[in-house]
Design a protein around this ligand. Structure first.
Ligand SMILES: NC(=O)c1ccc[n+]([C@@H]2O[C@H](COP(=O)([O-])OP(=O)(O)OC[C@H]3O[C@@H](n4cnc5c(N)ncnc54)[C@H](OP(=O)(O)O)[C@@H]3O)[C@@H](O)[C@H]2O)c1
Length: 298
């Protein structure tokens, strides 16, 4: 059973988050099956669902919304995270010629309205700007996010894939506090541990979210046999799956990382939920880190 993390006085999320990027790739996208996944999450204490307008070519929010409409009692048990700002030629944005970012107030507001409609909800618990936009005008984007929070349509705001300077720039034009940065972190992508991204968030006591905590499945593609052997050995010692150990490696960091799980498998949702049970001492954490970076630390 996973614990919870306070991102602000008003918003707490489950420590493990369920990501819906791949929800449309599942062979079964029926409301009943999506509801089964949500309930598998709830059984693990995973109450936070991560979405984005663009997932599934702007279709994933509606797939999730189908389950919420069929089982409306679920909504109040969940926190919904979604993102906006990426435009690609698909779905309702099929007229887009060049993939690009848009962090104007008009686009953010239109995207939020579409997300609310597609998910059949009156509020988004956490809205993230999906990618840093080189054309972002912080004096437009920041107040637009503040106004969304003031309206009650969005309870809190944050960012994703921002470097520290992008984060500081947007925050400098806002009244509300950005509550997280969702970045890539895993044993396949450990760069945030040393490149300043995590340190920046820790200094400000901002809990980070970690996308692709299993490297989007790359962890298990056969290219890292020594790492897999170590994960399996530790998993066997503690009675959990290797994937739960990989997620526990993120939980062990003092930054209060919230891993965002991407599996479509009901069995894996519960297996990875065991991550909270795993105990990693310092040397075992470094054993996995050594495999991740490919050499002993200097
Ligand atoms: N903010 C961003 O820019 C950003 C970017 C990417 C992702 N995200 C978020 O992060 C979430 C998670 O990303 P992700 O899906 O890449 O996460 P992930 O948990 O690292 O990877 C999930 C993938 O790994 C596979 N997998 C899991 N365990 C496995 C195992 N033991 N053996 C083989 N394959 C295994 C899953 O397949 P099965 O389904 O068969 O289990 C699935 O395809 C997304 O849903 C999204 O919400 C955000």
């Amino acid at each position: 059973m996973t614990d919870r993390v306070d991102l602000s006085p008003e918003l707490s999320l489950s420590r493990l988050v369920y990501g819906m990027w791949r929800i449309g790739d599942d062979k079964d996208t029926s409301p009943a099956h999506v509801q089964a996944k949500v309930e598998a999450c709830l059984a693990q204490g995973i109450t936070t669902m991560d979405q984005a307008d663009i997932y599934g070519g702007y279709t994933a929010e509606a797939i999730f919304g189908g389950a919420l409409k069929a089982a409306p009692h679920l909504r109040d048990k969940l926190e919904i995270v979604t993102k906006c700002g990426i435009l690609v030629g698909a779905g309702r944005h099929s007229a887009t010629r060049v993939k690009h970012y848009d962090t104007t107030a008009a686009h953010i507001n239109a995207s939020v309205e579409a997300s609310l409609r597609d998910m059949g909800t009156d509020r988004i618990d956490l809205l993230l700007i999906h990618r840093p936009d080189p054309l972002m005008d912080p004096d437009e984007t920041g107040p637009a996010l503040d106004a969304l929070v003031a309206s009650g349509k969005v309870r809190a705001v944050g960012v994703s894939n921002f470097r520290p300077w992008d984060y500081a720039l947007l925050q400098s034009s806002m009244e509300t506090t950005l509550v997280t940065n969702q970045i890539e972190m895993s044993l396949v992508a450990p760069q945030a541990f040393t490149n300043g991204d995590l340190a920046f968030l820790q200094e400000r006591m901002i809990p980070p979210m970690a996308w692709s905590p299993l490297g989007g499945g790359k962890l298990f593609d056969g290219s890292r046999p020594a790492l897999i052997a170590a994960l399996e050995r530790i998993g066997a010692e503690q009675g959990v799956d290797a994937s739960a150990v990989a997620v526990a490696w993120l939980l062990r960091h003092p930054a209060r990382i919230l891993p965002v799980l991407g599996t479509n498998s009901l069995a894996r949702i519960s297996a990875i939920g065991d991550a909270a049970k795993v105990v990693l001492d310092r040397q075992t954490w470094f054993e996995l880190y050594t495999h991740a970076i490919g050499h002993e630390v200097p």
